[in-house]
Write a protein that binds this ligand. Structure first.
Ligand code: TYD
Length: 228
């Protein structure tokens, strides 16, 4: 079945991605949403990038250790792409085909923001990699959590405790500011797929906004398709 045909398949799971800068609260929100979907008798799995499959988790270790940075922006991007390829084929597509919802902590927009906007990897290179790794697998909804940079960095530092910052946490405030702008641009450029949510609030308030977006943009359509 083609990807387009699968989108119209009422039994297909839905693919929801979460994006945002460091400390924006993605993992907390994904957990709340997964619990809510499961309580509504919708099967949902939580996964993440880079990683999410055994092969991709090995690559995660490489990139977050900073090893990818030594290779240069293009090669580091290829590592993210290789991880995504394995994750999509081993985990995401099989789950969606079985009717399971997939909630993914970061996906292709992270590459667009971190490697494209901040690593200066050319759009043509990113497009080519996306064609290979994800084809026309498009998220049904992308939640972009937006938070002031200083607050996000503070939250990430608190979460980390005495541990060392990883490859990207170690970047400076200007990097994270540019990252925030990149995500805002992604939200503006693809408003049908993306919702930008103010994450500078308590977890329940943010979760309510996430649920509203999901209800209005995905659940409503799911019911329409199921009824048709
Ligand atoms: P992680 O600890 O999962 O960070 P976070 O909790 O902020 O999601 O580390 C993943 C890091 O990898 C994060 O800093 C963003 C970066 N990243 C990229 O640069 N490109 C990508 O394509 C992906 C998926 C992640």
């Amino acid at each position: 079945m083609t990807e387009a045909a699968q989108k119209d398949n009422p039994l297909r799971g839905r693919f929801i991605t979460f994006e945002g800068g460091e400390g924006s609260g993605k993992s907390t929100q994904i957990k709340i949403l997964a619990d809510r979907l499961n309580a509504a008798k919708l099967r949902a799995i939580v996964t993440r990038e880079p990683g999410g499959s055994p092969g991709a988790e090995i690559i995660r270790h490489l990139v977050l250790s900073g090893m990818g940075k030594l290779l240069g922006a293009d090669a580091e991007t290829l590592l993210f792409a290789a991880a995504r390829d394995d994750h999509v084929h081993a985990v995401i597509k099989p789950a969606l085909e079985q009717g399971i919802w997939v909630l993914c902590d970061r996906f292709a927009d992270s590459t667009r923001a971190y490697q494209g906007r901040l690593g200066d990897v050319l759009p043509g290179v990113l497009n080519a990699m996306e064609r290979v790794t994800i084809g026309d697998l498009k998220p049904d909804l992308t939640v972009i959590l937006d938070i002031p940079v200083e607050m996000g960095m503070q939250r990430a530092a608190t979460r980390r405790g005495s541990g060392a910052p990883d490859r990207f946490e170690a970047e400076d405030v200007a990097f994270h500011q540019k990252l925030r702008e990149a995500y805002r641009e992604i939200a503006t450029s693809d408003p049908e797929r993306c919702v930008l949510i103010d994450a500078n609030a308590d977890a329940d308030t943010v979760a309510a906004k996430v649920w509203t977006a999901l209800r209005d943009r995905v659940l409503t359509k799911t019911k329409e398709v199921t009824r048709a």
